[in-house]
Every structure is written in structure tokens, then in C-alpha cells.
Design a protein around this ligand. Structure first.
Ligand SMILES: NC(=O)c1ccc[n+]([C@@H]2O[C@H](COP(=O)([O-])OP(=O)(O)OC[C@H]3O[C@@H](n4cnc5c(N)ncnc54)[C@H](O)[C@@H]3O)[C@@H](O)[C@H]2O)c1
Length: 248
């Protein structure tokens, strides 16, 4: 029997924005499959518990999305088990911040591989199934920094700008198949990623946000959810900014 619920795959779903995305989709009758690459399963299990409390069918796997082979194998399994993937949210991401003067080639490669190559890996792995099903939604999490740059984040900004070029190109390639490909560019959102920022950097960001506050993961999740909804059938290749007015 083919699964009747929407099959939603979220990368980096153990915490932060990815967790909020899983929880938002779980409010519908969707099947949530998320991956993470935390050293332990603590946060992933917390997300699974929250999803379980909502009555959602969910499962999690530890998977390095930067590995082409591992990602291919993972999606082959998902399609074998559930028949297809309806929604892919490419959310996994990391930072290795430092000024370019001090940035090693390893720090550059690590961020580009986890943040950008992963989007290539996962999109390639689902597109055949989506083409076969004649429909699908792909939402890539970019960043404000991919558009305006940030000192100390040349690697991260390049990866997030790369996601935008990728999104628009693939949106054109898949448009006739009724597969939409869009990006969400969050500003400054309250997660473990931004917890690490020095207090001074946080204050400087905050001072520039017209809405005068840091964003919440669920506020990003709403935009992601909407792009995968019936309300967004004619929207592709777009970038939705969720940043409290920090960049217009
Ligand atoms: N927090 C912000 O202010 C902000 C702003 C703009 C964009 N973003 C982007 O949003 C996304 C989520 O950020 P967050 O703040 O929730 O981060 P986070 O650090 O709280 O969570 C990151 C998630 O990605 C997963 N991950 C990391 N490396 C992985 C890998 N190799 N394979 C699989 N999963 C991996 C982690 O396990 C975790 O689930 C990222 O792409 C980030 O760049 C965040």
C-alpha cells in the first residue's frame, strides 16, 4: 500500500530550525523523517519525543549529508519504504567562523561540503522519485549572510550564496515537472548556532534589526511550511527572507 501521508524529509532536524520545521509539518498528518549528525542522539530523541506527543509518525537517522554515497543510500531506503518523498527541506548547516586571513583550507572545505554539497547530494537523490511522481517541494535553507556577507564568515557566506544559485537553477530545470525549488533566508535566529556568537557580535546584530528582537525557529518554520503548502503552487526559484527587516 503506498503511504497516503505526505512524506517529509528534513536534514538537521535534531534541534534549532530543523526541529521547528519537523514540528510544523507534524501539525498536519505527515510522516516526518529527519537526519542529523550530532555526536549523540540526545537532541534527536528530544525531537522524536515532541513529535510523538503530537501523535506524528516520525523517525530519525544519524547521517552525514556531505557524503554522496550515504545520502543516496538513505533516500533509496526511504523511497523503498514509503514509495516517494513529497517534501525535502535541506536545512543541515555548520559554521567554522574566522577571518579569511586565518581560515584554513579545511575550514573552507568543511563548511562548503556540509552546507552546499549536501544540498546537491540530497536534491539529486530525491529528484528522480519526484519526477516520477510528477511533483514535489524542495526548500533550501540559505541565510541573510549569503546575500549581504559577514566578516569572519567568508566560507559560510559563500556556501549560503551558492545555495541561492543552485536553488534558482534547479527551479528552472524542474519547473515543468511541477517540482518547486525555493530558498528561505533566515536572519538572526535563536538556536545553538547563534548561541556560540560572542556577546558583542550579537549586540551589533540586534541593534540593526528593525523589529528589535532576534527571531524564533518556529518563525522560520512557518515560511518553510508555507512554501510546501497548497498556497505556494506557483512559486518557484524564490528566496523568502525571515529576518525582522534586517535586510530588505
Ligand atoms: N540560527 C540562525 O541564526 C541561522 C540564520 C541563517 C541561516 N541559518 C541556517 O539554518 C540552518 C539550521 O541552523 P540552526 O541554527 O538550527 O543550527 P543548529 O546548529 O542548531 O542545528 C544544525 C543541525 O544540522 C545538523 N548537521 C550539522 N552537520 C550535519 C551533517 N554533516 N550531516 C547531517 N546533519 C548535520 C545538526 O545535527 C543539527 O541537527 C543551517 O543551515 C543554518 O546555516 C541559521
Amino acid at each position: 500500500m503506498p503511504e497516503s501521508k505526505r512524506i517529509v524529509v528534513v536534514t538537521g532536524g535534531s534541534r534549532g530550525i530543523g526541529r521547528a520545521v519537523c514540528l510544523r509539518f507534524a501539525r498536519d498528518d505527515a510522516r516526518i523523517i529527519f537526519v542529523h549528525y550530532d555526536p549523540d542522539d540526545l537532541k534527536a530523541n528530544e525531537t522524536l519525543e515532541l513529535l510523538d506527543k503530537m501523535g506524528a509518525e516520525a523517525q530519525a537517522e544519524k547521517l552525514d549529508v556531505s557524503s554522496f554515497e550515504a545520502v543516496e543510500e538513505f533516500f533509496r531506503e526511504v523511497v523503498r519504504e514509503f514509495g516517494r518523498v513529497d517534501v525535502l527541506v535541506n536545512n543541515a548547516g555548520i559554521t567554522r567562523d574566522t577571518l579569511l586571513m586565518r581560515m584554513s583550507a579545511e575550514q573552507w572545505d568543511e563548511v562548503l561540503t556540509v552546507n552546499l554539497r549536501s544540498v546537491f547530494n540530497c536534491t539529486k537523490a530525491v529528484m528522480r522519485s519526484m519526477i516520477k511522481e510528477r511533483g514535489g517541494r524542495i526548500i533550501n535553507i540559505s541565510s541573510l549572510v549569503g546575500q549581504i556577507g559577514n566578516s569572519g564568515q567568508a566560507n559560510y557566506a559563500a556556501s549560503k550564496a551558492g545555495i541561492l544559485g543552485f536553488t534558482k537553477s534547479v527551479a528552472k530545470e524542474l519547473a515543468t515537472r511541477d517540482i518547486t525549488v525555493n530558498a528561505v533566508a533566515p536572519g538572526f535566529i535563536d538556536t545553538e548556532m547563534t548561541e556560540k556568537l560572542p556577546a558583542k557580535a550579537k549586540e551589533a546584530f540586534l541593534a540593526q534589526i528593525p523589529m528589535g528582537r532576534i527571531g524564533r525557529p518556529d518563525e522560520v518554520a512557518e515560511a518553510v511550511y508555507w512554501l510546501a503548502s497548497e498556497g505556494a503552487t506557483y512559486i518557484t526559484g524564490q528566496v523568502i527572507h525571515v529576518n525582522g527587516g534586517l535586510y530588505m
